[in-house]
Each structure stands twice: as C-alpha cells, then as structure tokens.
Design a protein around this ligand. Structure first.
Ligand SMILES: [Zn+2]
Length: 155
C-alpha cells in the first residue's frame, strides 16, 4: 500500500470468550452482595485496617486476613468526577451515555475507597463529603452490577 492510499478499517461485533476468577475473597464479597445486599470488607489482624472489597493480604503488614466485617451500606464521597465526554464503553462496544458521575466512596467502617457510579439526578448535591447509599439492582447478578449506582442521602 502506498503512503497516499487510505486504509479502511471495518468494525465488527466481537466476543471475548474468557472468564477470570475473582478468588475466594472476591467470591464471598459478590455472594453476600447478591444474596443479602451486604457489603463486606476484611480486617487486618495486625493494623486493623478494613479493606473493601476484601483481599487476601494486608498491603501494609503483609499478613493474611480472614476476618470479614460488614461495612456501609452508606458512606461518603471522598472524590468524584462527572464525565461529560462521550466515549466507546469497552464493556458494551456502544457509546456510553453522558453525563454520569463516578466516585471514590469511603463506606462506613472501611479504610479503603470503593469505586462506583454516582447518580447525578441533582448535580448540586454531589460534593466531597456528601453521604451516599447504594441503589441496588432488582436483578441479582453476583457481580458489581448488583449495585447500579450510589445516590446522595438527604440529611
Ligand atoms: Zn495490616
């Protein structure tokens, strides 16, 4: 092909036929979320830090963790963004509807931040420090989409 010719790329539907394991701790987190609408963290026996979602080893102490603790379901926004620039959603292959909110939430009782969508029905309420609660899906899926988004709790 010469440099003056243009290459035409046709986009077609595709599938990605693979799965990955979320591990023992991730499985427990998603089971509790699906079956009981509970958000579970895990507490380090040494420094008492609570991780959400749960993981096997404390990142500070390098010790194994086994003590699950319920956190939330409410929390507060530590930081957030409102996306207004349309892009192709890699999960769907479709243009993602904008605007939407996305935030880092400190669930009550947790020391780490939990990332999820934040409803922007009333954008004036979206602030750092605002209290939020999860809005659960009616369908039980066993994945992060059991929470559709977080919404600001009126004081
Ligand atoms: Zn620790």
């Amino acid at each position: 092909m010469s440099q003056t010719e243009h290459m035409i790329i046709h986009s077609k539907e595709g599938t990605q036929p693979f799965r990955y394991a979320v591990g023992m701790h991730g499985s427990f987190f998603f089971q509790q979320l699906r079956d009981h609408r509970k958000l579970m963290g895990i507490k380090c026996p040494s420094c008492k830090k609570v991780y959400v979602p749960p993981r096997g080893v404390c990142g500070s102490c390098y010790v194994k963790m086994n003590e699950f603790v319920e956190v939330g379901p409410e929390g507060k926004i530590e930081t957030y963004t409102i996306l207004r620039y349309a892009f192709i959603d890699p999960e769907t292959g479709e243009q993602k509807p904008v605007p939407y909110g996305y935030g880092f939430i400190r669930l009550d009782g947790a020391d780490t931040l939990f990332q999820h969508y934040i409803s922007i029905d009333d954008e004036s309420k979206i602030k750092i420090g605002a209290r939020v609660k999860p809005y659960f899906s009616l369908e039980k899926k066993g994945n992060i989409k059991d929470i559709l988004y977080f919404q600001v709790v009126d004081p």
